[in-house]
Design a protein around this ligand. Structure first.
Ligand SMILES: [Fe+2]
Ligand SMILES: [Fe+2]
Length: 254
């Protein structure tokens, strides 16, 4: 937990809890929409970059337009070893050497060595654990591709962030419930990987979400247009249409 020094508290003026940097969708004309996922989490005085999109140029350009500097990042957390989440890693590591990087233990040895060459201090997770105060990893979850999600303990409730959700969005949600059993789930956001699911399967997943008390949902990236539309329909004004440039504050989750 104290492996990550608190280096700085700077952040953009509006101080959102989460800022979307890269996504398949965008909410602003000046930002590039590109296949991939990356967001900045501001939590308990630290800045955490969760995933890096598919392309370092898009990541760097969108960061510049959002007023986010690599030097502000205290921790990078990478969900899984797919190009559309790892594409901007070396842009960040080149700009900020010796950065703590939290990865699933199952990442390939070659990839881990490549990151260490840039001074990355790897935090390898296997089981669910607290990485920083109030920031947890789901652990290295098994699935078609192994993956970790991020879980935030906030005053609005638990916030769950997924890269692609290859182990299954419901498994990730249930893991978050186990990690913080006493908290309501305020938001589940990110890639839900449901583009190949039929409507009835998506509706079953939404029923699980509702039974688990998930208040807000924000399916983006690889969730699929159809799943996004069904989630939007079922969650109404508690669905957040994420895209690059989206900002989520605690007030959005009331
Ligand atoms: Fe992805
Ligand atoms: Fe993926």
């Amino acid at each position: 937990m104290n492996r990550v020094p608190k280096t700085l508290l700077k952040s953009a003026s509006s101080n959102p809890m989460i800022t979307m940097i890269c996504d398949n969708y965008t909410t602003r004309d000046d930002l590039v929409a590109s296949w991939g996922f990356s967001c900045l989490i501001r939590h308990e005085g630290r800045n955490i970059l969760f995933d890096t999109g598919g392309d370092g140029i898009v990541l760097s350009e969108n960061m510049t337009k959002l007023g986010i500097e690599p030097a502000w990042i205290d921790l990078m957390m990478i969900s899984h070893q797919h190009w559309d989440h790892t594409g901007g890693i070396y842009y960040i590591l080149n700009a900020k050497r010796n950065l703590p990087v939290c990865v699933p233990r199952s990442f390939s040895a070659r990839f881990k060595d490549d990151m260490r060459r840039y001074g990355a201090e790897l935090i390898e997770v296997e089981k669910a654990e607290e990485i920083l105060p109030g920031l947890y990893s789901t652990g290295d979850l098994k699935g078609p591709v192994r993956e970790q999600g991020a879980i935030l303990r906030t005053s609005a409730g638990t916030v769950v962030i997924t890269g692609c959700a290859h182990p299954g969005i419901v498994k990730i949600l249930e893991t978050a419930k186990k990690v913080l059993p006493d908290k309501e789930i305020a938001l589940v956001m990110g890639g839900f990987h449901l583009f190949d699911h039929e409507d009835k399967e998506i509706l079953k997943i939404i029923a699980r979400f509702k039974r688990a008390g998930v208040s807000y949902t924000a399916a983006s990236h690889c969730s699929g247009e159809n799943a996004r539309a069904i989630f939007a329909n079922e969650y109404g004004d508690h669905f957040i249409a994420l895209g690059a440039g989206s900002e989520i504050t605690r007030n959005n989750l009331k």
